[in-house]
Write a protein that binds this ligand. Sequence first.
Ligand SMILES: [Zn+2]
Ligand SMILES: [Zn+2]
Length: 98
Amino acid sequence: MSSDTGVCEFCSDTFSKCGTFASCDCGKSWCSDSCAEADGLRDEWEGYTPPGETWEQDTSCEYCRKEDHGDDVLLEYALELLGMSRYELVGKYNSKKD
Ligand SMILES: [Zn+2]
Ligand SMILES: [Zn+2]
């Protein structure tokens, strides 16, 4: 039954996909309209084609508009800016003084 359960993109709560929830054509979903709104979900009456995609969606959110990004993507970019590997960052974190 796990396929009937979704994890909210915004608050990380789990919700039942049998009930009311909000979702974007890109595959992101939220437990409530207010969470969806926080991530910028909106109807695209004229249709919306995400950058780099070829198919048109009826909705868009900050993720498919590339206004927000997953933590893994952001971490990778932050490491690039720091000129550090993930391994080095872990070492720094472990040796940091509070
Ligand atoms: Zn939520
Ligand atoms: Zn989306």
